[in-house]
Design a protein around this ligand. Structure first.
Ligand SMILES: Cc1cc2nc3c(=O)[nH]c(=O)nc-3n(C[C@H](O)[C@H](O)[C@H](O)COP(=O)(O)OP(=O)(O)OC[C@H]3O[C@@H](n4cnc5c(N)ncnc54)[C@H](O)[C@@H]3O)c2cc1C
Length: 267
């Protein structure tokens, strides 16, 4: 058996310990109301960021093939328990919630720093994030984690093959698929099409209700909330402008010709 030593922990080369980052986002069908420079959170339906579901599914597939432990982590928003329990119901082993009011108003880098601090305390081989969140859509956190932890990033993957300490990942690029190779530990961000996320079974949902969630806060991570001061300030948040252009046609032969021409132009 081949063994390697990392951060003082002796482990077999086969196991792949994975951390999956999860974000709670408004359901894409939900009516989002702007309040000041933010979003009114009360009354919204929240879901697990769909790109993170691909991350959880991939982690579970890797665990089934190679062994290891899958831990999910979320930071910030109230109600994070729901997304953690969804992942527990899908079959992950452990759930960590960094819950601290000091995270309110934190920008992308602040959130990434807090996640990196918590993750750096846990032995891991692989970090999986979504390619982006479906609400703020910065596509920032995965890359920032790789930078802060000093490990490689492969973004927006649609294929993954792990073999021992190495992996091969396929990314869709303009007109083709780019395949890259690197060694673990690394951060990978999941693109749609990586897999088909499973639906949690009823037994999994029942089990997840009782599973323990580990809570962390900024002091327990040795972070002073004042250190999270944003380099970015959100100046405004507005609805997209909808331009409605209408044209009234009369029921004469000229208008019918014009209408037929319009239909032709759009099909
Ligand atoms: C000035 C400013 C103020 C803000 N104030 C608030 C606020 O008060 N409340 C608020 O909710 N948001 C706030 N935000 C947004 C918040 O900073 C971002 O949502 C967050 O940093 C992640 O960025 P993103 O959603 O674009 O994720 P992306 O970078 O697009 O996400 C990619 C992936 O990273 C992971 N990820 C992202 N966020 C988290 C998370 N929190 N925990 C675990 N994994 C995660 C997921 O895997 C996700 O799929 C603010 C942003 C700015 C710039």
């Amino acid at each position: 058996m081949i063994v390697r030593r990392r951060r003082g922990i002796l482990r077999t080369s086969k196991n792949v310990d994975i951390i999956v980052c999860l974000k709670r986002v408004p359901d894409t069908g939900a009516r989002v109301e702007i309040e000041g420079t933010g979003v009114r959170e009360e009354g919204l339906d929240w879901v697990l960021n769909p790109y993170d579901e691909f991350g959880v599914e991939e982690a579970l597939k890797i665990k089934a093939a190679h062994g290891g432990k899958v831990t999910v982590i979320t930071a910030g928003a109230p109600g994070g328990e729901d997304v953690l329990r969804k992942a527990l119901a899908m079959g992950v082993d452990e759930a960590v919630y960094i819950k601290d009011a000091g995270l309110k108003g934190a920008d992308d880098h602040g959130v990434s720093r807090v996640l990196a601090k918590a993750i750096s305390r846990t032995p891991f081989d692989l970090i999986l994030c979504g390619k982006q969140s479906t609400d703020a859509q910065a596509g920032y956190v995965g890359g920032a984690l790789a930078g802060l932890l000093g490990i490689p990033l492969v973004s927006a993957i649609r294929e993954l093959k792990i073999s021992g300490k190495s992996f091969e990942a396929g990314r869709e690029v303009e007109g083709g698929v780019e395949t890259v190779e690197a060694t673990l530990p690394a951060v990978l961000t999941a693109e749609k099409g990586l897999n088909e996320p499973r639906y949690p079974a009823l037994a999994g949902i029942m089990r997840a209700k009782k599973q323990e969630i580990k809570y962390l806060d900024l002091p327990s991570l040795g972070i002073n909330p004042e250190e999270l001061e944003n380099p970015l300030k959100r100046v405004s948040l507005t609805y997209p402008s909808i331009e409605r252009k209408g044209k009234v046609l009369n029921a004469d032969s000229g208008s019918i010709k014009e209408f037929a021409g319009f239909i032709k132009s759009i099909i």
